[in-house]
Design a protein around this ligand. Structure first.
Ligand code: UDP
Length: 453
């Protein structure tokens, strides 16, 4: 019997939300746990399924039953889509998990813990029923987590009044949330505030998880982490940046165009503005053209990721627009880049970003200052932290217009102000390196978490 128990394998089940910015960090966390000796199962939806590549061949990949389509995301938008996904998976996941546990037991494996993305909150009920160790992974920042809580509290006080910014409060700071203004709270441009509130009501932790892992670092967000620790009364483990904690793995849903690295190799040191707006964000044709003109007038080179379908074409077809753009001098345009490699390249001097949390951490990890153009949700708060707290970014607000673009690029790439930001960014990079070293805070957090398993 003892021998049998000793041979029992310890497996962690991880459940990502089906979006690029959520899949990548959970796979990185899985890699870190695998390195510490755990067997790994990733349970994914069919929708946005990450094809297990060779480098992930040590992991078991399984599929959660659901029947959502690409068109559901287009028609519903991300917020409503996640609510629909949760409703659809609520029962099917419980059945699936029951069968999965029986199978694992038959091969003498113990599921020591289920780690699920905070937006896959339907997992909680099933995990509770089977009395499994239940851990939430937050792939957004600690301050975004705090903002969601506060939004929900504001909603409880006076409904949507504060959140819709009525009474001209948009520019005001939210009490005790510096530097967040009411307009920076994580609402979405693609869904009404009511939907964000409904989603946050479900994702805000209500007391059955054993702990929460956040893809962040103590030195970046100490006050938000302390706030969460006080409010949640369960352990909060800041284990990030996960891309630096775990070794790199291929996690892109789209194919990376590596030709841009060859192009970067031909550019001067710190001379290129890298532009990428993540995996969701859409732009208007007019904005793209204004940005392109501003970049050309700034006289800086640029590498621009334009995802297929990311431009709302009206005046001209996407193909026409592309042809117009690639004739620009000094530019390289790709559909999807190996972003971490790009940010690590010495030719890159600045990152024009939508400020998704992964992009933010990846840029901070390489000491690259940012031009922040957030669109929605937590991106707005991340941009505020970059500009006002860490002071390594410039936020571009209001309408995109060529003069504004030119000015922002020059401030970062040419002016003394940009040099100072670069210096601060390099200091932060060193601090992050220390955090993920063997003696660092993130590493210690990971070890503390593992002791609970
Ligand atoms: N990314 C990439 N290549 C690109 C653009 C983005 O590999 O051309 C990756 C990027 O490195 C990051 C993720 O996609 O890990 C985007 O996540 P983020 O949280 O920044 O934004 P989201 O897509 O969730 O809005």
């Amino acid at each position: 019997m003892e021998e049998k128990l000793a041979r029992r394998r310890r497996r962690v089940l991880l459940i990502p939300a089906p979006a690029q910015g959520h899949i990548t960090p959970i796979i990185q966390l899985a890699k870190a746990l695998h390195f510490k000796g755990f067997s790994i199962t990733i349970a994914q939806t069919k929708f946005n399924y990450l094809n297990p590549s060779k480098n992930l061949s040590d992991f078991q990949f399984v599929t959660i039953p659901e029947s959502l389509q690409e068109s559901d995301l287009k028609n519903l938008g991300p917020g409503r889509f996640m609510i629909k996904l949760a409703k659809e998976c609520y029962v099917s996941f419980k059945d699936w998990l029951g069968q999965f546990l029986v199978k694992q037991q038959s091969i003498n494996e113990e599921i020591v813990c289920v780690i699920y993305d905070e937006f896959m909150y339907f997992v909680e009920a099933a995990v509770k029923e089977f009395k499994l160790h239940n851990v939430i992974l937050s792939t957004t920042s600690a301050s975004a987590f705090v903002c969601r809580f506060v939004m929900f509290k504001l909603y409880a006080i006076d409904g949507l009044a504060h959140l819709k910014g009525s009474g001209g409060r948009e520019e005001e700071l939210v009490p005790e949330l510096y530097p967040i203004r009411y307009k920076d709270l994580p609402t979405s441009v693609v869904a009404p505030v009511e939907i964000s509130v409904e989603l946050f009501n479900n994702t805000c932790y209500k007391g059955t998880a054993s702990s929460i892992i956040i893809n962040t670092v103590r030195c970046l967000e100490i006050s938000s982490l302390e706030w969460l620790q006080r409010e949640l009364a369960i352990p909060v483990y800041p284990i990030g940046p996960l891309h630096m904690v775990a070794s790199a793995s291929p996690t892109s849903l789209l194919e990376e165009d590596k030709s841009c690295i060859e192009w970067l190799n031909k550019q001067k040191s710190s001379s290129v503005v890298y532009i990428s707006l993540g995996s969701f964000t859409m732009m208007e044709t007019k904005e793209v053209l204004e940005m392109a003109s501003g970049l050309v007038s700034s006289n800086q080179s640029f590498l621009w990721v334009i995802r297929p379908g990311s431009i709302r074409t009206s005046e001209m077809s996407e193909e026409e627009l592309f042809r117009k753009m690639v004739t620009l001098e000094r530019g390289c345009i790709v559909k999807w880049a190996p972003q971490k490699q790009v940010l690590a390249h010495s030719a890159v001097g600045a990152f024009w970003s939508h400020c998704g949390w992964n992009s933010t951490l990846e840029s901070l990890g390489e000491g690259v200052p940012m031009i922040c153009r957030p669109f929605m949700t937590d991106q707005k708060g991340n941009a505020r932290y970059l500009e006002c707290v860490w002071k390594v970014g410039i936020q571009v607000e209001g309408e995109i217009e060529r003069g504004v673009v030119e000015r922002a690029v020059k401030r970062l790439m040419v002016d003394e102000e940009g040099e100072e930001m670069k210096r601060r960014a390099l200091i932060l990079k060193e601090k992050l390196k220390v955090s993920v070293s063997a003696e660092g805070s993130s590493h210690k957090s990971l070890d503390d978490f593992i002791k609970t398993l």
